[in-house]
Design a binder for this molecule. Structure first.
Ligand code: S3P
Length: 170
């Protein structure tokens, strides 16, 4: 197992914010696949979905992971919410490092995502309905992709980071 930590989970589960703080606590590098892809695309993910569509986005996510697999060391990698669900990404993520599933409840997820305009998969329609359907479909897949699952509701960043350190280190 390589010495990287990979965070997966639904949109709004805290992968980016937990990942940044965790990397600072461990003196690790921090990377976020959404940010890397936006830099590569030269536009936001929302704009990319509009121009190229979701299938092309998923293809580019997998290409990025294959590339990162060779390169990462002492890195916390936050991933887009769909990353472990497509192609052979789950397998690649597990090769990259210890995979932690940050799990928030449906209620908490809806609270955190209400008012969000940046995520193409939530655009239009009823947010509650959309989150409910996607979570139902995705939860088992996140669970299967992860080495560890961590419930985050009601926990501080400090508590979450301590739990990750306990399970993932090293
Ligand atoms: C997606 C989640 C997003 C981003 C894209 C697709 C998904 O990342 O990759 O909008 O399929 O769940 P976040 O989980 O960081 O919002």
């Amino acid at each position: 197992m390589k010495n990287n930590i990979v965070l997966i989970g639904f949109m709004g589960s805290g992968k980016t914010s937990v990942g940044g703080k965790l990397s600072r606590a461990l003196h690790y590098n921090f990377l976020d696949t959404d940010q890397l892809l936006e830099e590569e695309f030269g536009c936001t993910i929302g704009e990319f979905f509009e121009k190229e569509g979701e299938t092309e986005f998923r293809r580019r996510e997998t290409m990025l992971l294959s590339d990162l697999l060779e390169k990462l060391t002492r890195t916390v990698l936050a991933t887009g919410g769909g990353m472990p669900l497509f192609s052979r990404n789950a397998e690649l993520l597990r090769e990259i490092g210890t995979v932690i599933y940050l799990k928030a409840s449906e209620e908490e997820t809806i609270k955190r995502l209400s008012g969000d305009t940046t995520r193409p998969l939530l655009a239009g329609g009823d947010l509650k309905e959309r989150v409910h359907c996607l979570l139902k479909e995705r939860m088992p897949l996140y669970g299967a992709a992860a080495h560890y699952m961590l419930e985050t509701d009601g926990k501080s960043f400090y508590e979450i980071i301590k739990e990750i350190e306990q399970v993932a280190l090293i």
